[in-house]
Design a protein around this ligand. Sequence first.
Ligand code: CTP
Ligand code: CA
Length: 227
Amino acid sequence: LPLAAGTADLTGKRLLVTAGGTRERLDPVRFLTNDSSGKMGYAIAAAAQRAGADVTLITAPTKLPVPSGVTVVPIESTQDLADAVLTRLPAADGLVMAAAVADFQPIESADQKIKKTNANDELVLRLKKTPDILQAVAAQKRPDQVVVGFAAETQHLLENGRQKLTKKHLDLLAANDVSRADIGFNGDNNQVTFLFADGHNEQTPVTSKRAIATTLITHVAEIFNQK
Ligand code: CTP
Ligand code: CA
């Protein structure tokens, strides 16, 4: 069956979940970000909490209510998120990186509002890569820890997803086709293909983010049992 009934037990497990789109500041009133609503990550935090885990939700700004019984750590930038994850990783049993992390940040962030009188007709922004958090996690994680990533793809979902799973040393990856308007970044529904470290894949139907979160947490519990 593609969707499990939600009988996962994560009692006693400390889980970090990240959610939302990180923000990279240009100046005090402007930032670069993406379309992530945070709904998938919040649904995962809630599903983990229902399964009995001790959940810390590290979240970029969203419009969502805080899930009950979950510890919330607010962050804005990718660097904030990296710091929040890496300091908490040693005490955690697992990490689910559902955050839509900015890949680039401005090289300079202005202390004062950028005035249009300072530019001619064009303004050139220079960006540099943000730290890859899962890559840093891969270098530090213990064999007993379960690490789950997401992949947002507009093409070659399985190939690109497999590459990310391998490169980031993940136990599980949820690959998301973000080119489809009916699922993904902003809606209440989603469809993912789970890529497991042993090489097998499992595609969910298009269903609620809540149902996908429940299935993901069931897989996390199975992986803990296999460790
Ligand atoms: N991720 C991360 N740190 C980053 C960028 C992404 O930890 N600086 C995580 C995301 O939270 C996600 C996974 O890596 O769990 C894959 O993110 P994705 O954006 O799909 O892949 P990238 O490795 O950033 O590659 P690209 O965007 O070029 O496809
Ligand atoms: Ca990316």
